[in-house]
Design a protein around this ligand. Structure first.
Ligand SMILES: [Zn+2]
Length: 329
């Protein structure tokens, strides 16, 4: 709806750019989906915050007990509908957002492996179509997939039993071992995941730092796509520009007139409609791509605003006036 209002037609700048900060070429457009995600994670943060005490947490604790409780679950590579426990309503939507935002976690960040695959609630380790959590195995220290192997071989049941897992769990053990997919077997991590983390690109954020505002910003920054026009301008003027911020600031500091700001913004994003664009349309909206004023060259943006003989005069006068004001001539 917001985008319809903005363009009155199809989008002309990609949405992941429009959502971005103004200094980077975006418009800071509010994005309902991102706000929803950030709010959900913020609720998880409040749920895990021990300094906030409230009865609603007890309901969640009770629901999550069969999957090992929140501390374990949030570190697992889970999928809500594969969990061996029915989770509904608000908790379901919160956890769904969480698993969506963590599913892309690259295993290595800054040379540290943050995510050793955890056996429990793992969406890739399924028995009868559900992920599993066996507390009696966790109690004796089985958490990570790598712990199920020794020298590349599956661990012997007698060893596991010797550690204190009751004999009655034999079948669970064999079920578990046959459920481990081949590509998970060799994965070893060098760092234990002690914090509950969300990652954005190469940056990891601890759950405690996940406020709604902080997260909205991170999600948007992570999805942000640099305006395509930057490449166009670099080619057009044959210059390399490292930092675009000053350019995007121009419309914000030069004027408060919205029409002028809009106009400048369109120039920066190369979405001004010229005869060249109109001619390319199917069917063409103009008879030729030539300049409306001089009719001697193609009407590109550069021609229309700078090279055309009709505007040359304007620039000359402006530079003269400017030079006089600044005492340059
Ligand atoms: Zn012209």
């Amino acid at each position: 709806m917001l985008h319809n209002f903005l363009w009155r037609g199809p989008d002309r700048i990609t949405r992941n750019t429009i959502k971005g900060r103004k200094e980077k070429g975006g418009l800071g457009m509010p994005d309902i989906n991102t706000i929803y995600k950030a709010t959900s994670i913020n609720w998880i943060r409040r749920y895990c915050d021990k300094s906030i005490d409230h009865p609603w947490k007890l309901f969640f604790d009770k629901t999550l007990k069969p999957v090992g409780g929140k501390e374990l679950l949030l570190k697992c590579n889970f999928k809500v509908n594969l969990l061996n426990q029915q989770i509904t309503g608000f908790l379901n939507s919160m956890l769904t957002v969480w698993s969506e935002l963590t599913k892309e976690i690259p295993p290595v960040i800054n040379n540290r492996r943050y995510r050793k695959p955890i056996i429990w609630n793992n969406k890739d380790i399924l028995i009868s179509g559900k992920s599993v959590y066996f507390p009696e195995f966790e109690a004796v220290g089985f958490v990570y997939v790598e712990q199920l192997f020794r020298d590349g071989h599956k661990m012997n049941w007698n060893v596991v039993h010797g550690r204190g897992v009751p004999q009655s769990s034999t079948l669970k053990w064999f079920g578990l071992m046959s459920a481990i997919p081949k590509n998970e077997m060799g994965l070893e991590g060098d760092a234990q995941q002690t914090d509950t983390l969300l990652t954005f690109g190469k940056e990891a954020v601890r759950l405690e730092e996940c406020t709604t505002r902080n997260l909205t910003q991170k999600i948007i920054e992570n999805q942000f796509i640099n305006p395509r026009s930057e490449i166009y301008h670099i080619h057009q003027f044959n210059i390399y520009i490292d930092c675009w911020e000053p350019f995007y600031r121009i419309p914000l500091i030069a004027t408060i007139d919205t029409k002028l700001r809009e106009f400048q913004y369109k120039i920066l994003h190369n979405i001004i409609t010229t005869n060249v664009n109109l001619f390319k349309m199917k069917p063409p909206r103009v008879e030729s791509a030539q300049c409306t004023f001089c009719e001697s060259e193609e009407e590109t943006m550069l021609h229309l605003f700078y090279k055309c003989q009709h505007v040359e005069m304007f620039w000359e006068n402006l530079f003269m006036l400017w030079g006089r004001k600044m005492n340059l001539r």
